[in-house]
Design a binder for this molecule. Structure first.
Ligand code: BTN
Length: 249
């Protein structure tokens, strides 16, 4: 908490040596009245969760494994916008401390030199039309010098790219400061300014891509995203397709 200049993000920090997943702990704390801006950080996760039911490799002492509790007064359908906002905050935070420029690969992978550096997982508790809490999990590979066989070719860390050890607390601090600033803009002005920032970092946008979806492959030009974070792809006949979920090449 030392030196944090945020007003409410990170004022409550739960620090754990080892947890199954910071997401689970954050859900519990949120449902027991945990305030917006509460952060859960762990040195190690023994059952770190990735998107689509995947595992997230979270070895002890090397990465940033954290979850944030949000309680925004927005319609539940808009919650995915917070994932995009988080990606921008993380990229800015990393840049401020390391000078490194990361890219976003739609929907929400953060890559450094083409390899995955950060994963973001957004989970929501909501009634029909009201959000109880949004838990945003951020996993950042910071000081790993190697990875397990399965992700060796596709993952990287700040240490590997920068060639020296990086202080995790300063990255967390910078991310929280950037997050709070963007979150306030978002609550006041809506999603548009965030979307513009996001698109500026997104390597997928403005390029010719192939999107492999459950319903087949589409080739064409990635035009941008909608307010819901859906990818718009214009094919060679000039028809626009909405891509909800896909692997992009
Ligand atoms: C992805 O699949 O890209 C998302 C990975 C999200 C990992 C983070 S680490 C902190 C938080 N706790 C978890 O169990 N997962 C998220």
């Amino acid at each position: 908490q030392a030196g944090l200049s945020t007003r409410y993000f990170g004022k409550n920090v739960h620090y754990e040596k080892s947890v199954s997943s910071t997401q689970e702990l954050a859900h519990r704390i949120a449902s027991e009245g945990g305030e917006e801006g509460t952060i859960i950080v762990a040195e190690e996760q023994v059952a770190g969760k990735g998107r689509l039911g995947r595992q997230w490799y979270s070895p002890i002492g090397t990465g940033i494994w954290m979850s944030m509790i949000l309680k925004p007064k927005i319609p539940p359908q808009q919650a995915p916008q917070l994932t995009l906002l988080t990606a921008v905050a993380v990229i800015r935070g990393i840049h401020a401390i390391t000078g490194l420029n990361c890219d976003i690969k739609w929907p929400n992978d953060i890559l450094l030199n083409g390899k995955k550096l950060v994963g973001i997982l957004t989970e929501m508790q909501a009634d029909l039309d009201q959000i109880q809490s949004v838990i945003i999990g951020i996993g950042i590979n910071v000081n790993q010098i190697s990875f397990p066989e399965e992700i060796k070719e596709t993952a990287t860390s700040l240490r590997i790219e920068k060639g020296k050890e990086i202080n995790r607390a300063s990255i967390i601090k910078s991310i929280l400061e950037n997050f709070e600033e963007l979150y306030e803009i978002y609550l006041k002005e809506g999603f548009l300014p965030i979307k513009i920032m996001w698109e500026a970092h997104a390597i997928t946008i403005g390029k010719r891509i192939t999107a492999r979806t459950m319903g087949g492959s589409f080739q064409g030009f990635a035009q941008g995203i909608t307010d819901e974070g859906i990818l718009l792809l214009e094919d060679d006949l000039g028809d626009t397709h909405k891509i909800y979920s896909a692997d992009i090449e």
